[in-house]
Design a protein. Structure first.
Length: 271
DNA sequence: CAACGGACCTGCCTGC
DNA sequence: TGCAGGCAGGTCCGTT
């Protein structure tokens, strides 16, 4: 599920249920995530109060009195607000049970997600310290991308998905952004002009923010039950559409593999 | 150093 | 029907 828009949708969905709440207890049914859930975390968290719910890249940062819970959804993670009485299913690994009678339930079949604790500045945590700029920050633009690309021969799609360069752009939105900007995903990053980078950064911002808006339309569902942001209902223009007609020129969309991941592009519209 | 492949883990779909 | 193989929205680590 999660690229930046899905994580932001999750953040907005859970925030009102969490803010100001005291943590009754943490229930860890399966600690074996990408990093193990610390065995003493339940004891550490009990009684603390949630003060903020932030996001950095695809990481959720739940600030409580005296520290921060760092949460990542990996490839298959999701969050729901449920009754703590609701029986846990197979991949419901962690519940954060709150004083208002709800639980934040973390589900993750593939267990690529993680949940750790820090008392330091979470932005300096080894998981986050290396992260590049937020694409939706007003200060981030195509000039930043262009500067990062200098001398690089890596394919632009690879650079766009590199969290050191810019956070939050995963496989789907990298495909969508490059299509919108008319850039071939295999083009060497260092051989793209500044004007084209300006266009690409605008495309990234537009794709991500429009997607967050769509996620917003399903927030109610998300909070109530189904935990699923608008991802599936989204109108994807290029991703997953191999051999179908390009929405711009009508020609067939091509599928290739880059860095072990599926890339879709229109050979006529993207150069 | 940049760049790439592999690893982590489960579920689901396809094709034989 | 059963089973093998490939693939999935992310990230880190090791090797060239």
């Amino acid at each position: 599920m999660p690229e930046l828009p899905e994580v932001e949708t999750a953040r907005r969905g859970i925030e009102p249920h969490l803010l100001g709440q005291r943590i009754e207890r943490l229930v860890v049914r399966e600690p074996r995530l990408r990093l193990p859930v610390p065995s003493d975390l339940a004891g550490v968290l009990a009684g603390r109060v949630i003060e903020e719910v932030n996001r950095r890249g695809k990481y959720l940062l739940i600030r409580v009195s005296g520290g921060t819970i760092i949460l990542h959804l990996g490839m298959s993670g999701s969050l729901r607000i449920v009754s703590p009485e609701r029986p846990a299913e197979r991949h419901d690994h962690v519940d954060l049970v709150l004083a208002n009678g709800v639980a934040l339930r973390f589900t993750d079949p593939r267990r690529f997600g993680l949940l750790v604790w820090t008392t330091e500045n979470p932005l300096k945590h080894p998981l986050l310290a290396h992260l590049g700029p937020e694409p939706l920050d007003a200060a981030w633009d195509g000039a930043a991308l262009w500067a990062a690309a200098k001398g690089k021969r890596v394919a632009i799609k690879g650079m766009l998905m590199d969290a050191n360069v810019v956070v939050g752009v995963g496989n789907i939105y990298a495909n969508e952004s490059l299509f919108m900007a008319g850039i071939h995903p295999g083009r060497a990053a260092g051989r793209i002009s500044l004007p084209r980078y300006l266009r690409l950064a605008d495309a990234v911002k537009e794709v991500l923010s429009r997607s967050i808006e769509q996620g917003g339309t399903t927030l109610r569902d998300f909070v109530a039950e189904d935990g699923r942001p608008g991802y599936f209902s989204q109108s994807l223009k290029i991703y997953g559409r191999s051999d179908q007609p390009c929405l711009s020129c009508g020609g067939p969309i091509r599928e290739i593999r880059q860095f072990g991941r599926a890339t879709y592009y229109c050979p006529a519209c993207q150069r």
